[in-house]
Design a protein around this ligand. Structure first.
Ligand code: 8DG
Ligand code: MG
Length: 130
């Protein structure tokens, strides 16, 4: 069995839109759109990891994090355990600091096939409940 990686991802909200980032070339799941985030380091809480990742990747500081969904998914390459948090406010203006494309999209317009397989449940939850 492959190792399980702990991941945190942020559904960053501004009015009725959420922020998506495109996974860079050469990375796992390249070209697909994701909720920004990354791997949790052993010394930090989930919230701390997510704030750090969004400072590193987007140059913003998240506020008001609320856990909305957890999923475990086995990709052929690796197994991920992803915790998705709703971030209902943030400081700063998002920039793709790692060269990744960004886009704002309303929740109703999110297309499931833009996202990795592990994101399918959270997309459904967002479209039903938010
Ligand atoms: N951030 C994020 N990762 C996701 C989502 N859906 C999904 O399957 N993943 C997977 C892709 C990766 O295998 C893993 C997250 O790792 P990552 O590549 O973002 O990690 P990281 O930012 O720490 O980057 P690195 O150190 O590997 O360069 O979770 C999602 O919505 N957001
Ligand atoms: Mg990342």
């Amino acid at each position: 069995m492959s190792e399980q990686i702990e991941v945190v991802a942020a559904v960053i909200r501004r009015d009725d839109q959420v922020l998506l980032a495109q996974r860079p070339k050469g990375k796992h799941l390249e070209g697909l759109w994701e909720f920004p985030g990354g791997k949790v380091e052993s010394t930090e809480s989930y919230e701390e990891a997510l704030v750090r990742e969004c400072e590193e990747e987007l140059d913003i500081t998240l506020e008001n994090l609320e856990l909305i969904h957890t999923v475990r998914f086995e990709y052929p390459e690796k197994t991920v355990l992803i915790r998705f948090f709703m971030a209902s406010s943030f400081k700063g203006e998002p920039k793709g600091l790692e060269g990744q494309a960004l886009k704002w999209c309303s929740i109703d317009d999110l297309q499931p096939d833009w996202f990795p397989a592990a994101n399918q449940e959270v997309i459904q939850i967002l479209q039903k409940e938010y």
